[in-house]
Design a protein. Sequence first.
Length: 544
Amino acid sequence: MKRILLLLLPLLLQSAAMRADDYATLHEGKIANPMLWADVPDPDVIRVGDTFYLVTTTMHLMPGAPVMASKDLKNWETVGYIFDRLTDSPKYDMQEGTVYGRGQWATSLKYHDGKFWALLAPNESGPMGDTYIFTAPKAEGPWTIHSRLRHFHDATLFFDDDGTPYVFFGTGEMCQLTRDLKGVVEGSLRHYFQREEDERGLLEGTRVIKHRGTYYAQLISHVWGQGRHRREVCYRTNDLKAEKWEKQVILESDFGGFSYLAQGTIVDTEDGDWYGIMFQDRGGVGRVLTLSPVRWIDGWPMLGDENGKVPDVMRPYKSGMPKKGIVLPDNFDAKKLGLHWQWNHNPIDAAWSLAERPGFLRLKTNRVVPNLYLAPNTLTQRMEGPTCSGSISIDVSKMKDGDCAGFTAFNGDSGVLTVKKKGNKYVLEMSEQKVSLTDREKAVTNVEEKVIEIVELTSHLSPRTSHLYLRITGDFQPGHHDAANFYYSLDGEQWTQIGTKNYRMVFDYRRFFMGSKFAIFNYATKKPGGYIDVDCFDYSCPAE
């Protein structure tokens, strides 16, 4: 019988936990911004009937391009992925380089003629960067590749009222696609606006809608200069062939003690109300989603409250909906891996199993690698704010000499709990690890590893008592410096803190370009063939 993991936050974090609990209590029944306090960047949102669907960027994680669903704009769940893996290059398998921070970007989601459509272009050069168009009979899938086209950066797919398809991309570029969505109409490529002289920062992330006969293209913008900020701008026209489109800033708001936000889209409800969904950079947790009302003023979709600001809270579009989440606990009793999990790069399917020991996730070593950042079959979920706690129970009895297994707050800079098998001995290390990558191939050139604390485990483990419990907590409240803390237990009840206190998680756009993740890993440094069995992943987040 499985031991029950007690997920009480350690005493050192009691005050932070109390504040987070207060946050959840204060906003109970409401939508508290951030709407999704986790790494959910580059959103596109559509509504089909009474259901909202959202797609986001997950880059090097597989399966990729997660599709999330909600009835009330408050409770979201992952219902499918647009692809299981990408195979254009061995880099997706962490061979001949990696795709950290590359892979799937800024997917566009549409519903047209009874089908779902998705367009995405990996952030790569050459054939790896060719645009994919996928289609599916329902959002949950199965999704199939419909066509491959030239690279379109940060693009959106758009179907006009008569069914004519277009792609809007880059900085004010657009083209018409053939009716079968398998080619570009010759001579249709054009700029529908030109960048203004002082608008030399970001100007991308296009999303296009049509409302009451008017076309609206929304983009993230940054104007350099004192008092100038990141913002969402909108271009509009009544004629797609018009030489000049009108422009308006539709959102320029800071929020929650962090900088200004933008990039996203607007979506309507069955009742004709409109909402804006934009992301905000929030340090170690990643890029989080905010929800704002949309007020149509002089034909422009102005986001924010009456002062043009992102509100702290909003009422749900519908009340009484069941609670759902995108980060979930797991006891690994199911026959299939839950949709809340993603692998770091393409998994090696022969090296993991839910069937070989029912009720456990078995992670096998498959090839010899030098470090965590090249380890295959590392399994991840997002960390969430305001605070969160994740714990795993692992059976380490079948590890081999040189094997490294454990739990990490995973990113370009990672706080890591590693069980190492050294001959017949076991040790637990808490370390700080930092990866260096080449700019082009994203090849791992170095991993700087600083071991903070070592605990000898051999005397505590035996074939009968070979379970070890590891926990990581995250605190993403403003002013708390994105702190992670690390714990271990030999019985699942008494926890001991280990290593760095308040390890600072960071967001680095040049390497991973994503928020920190809980990650479970197992890799061999000497000889493959060992394995660990993961009994469960327990999780708590006061915001839920």
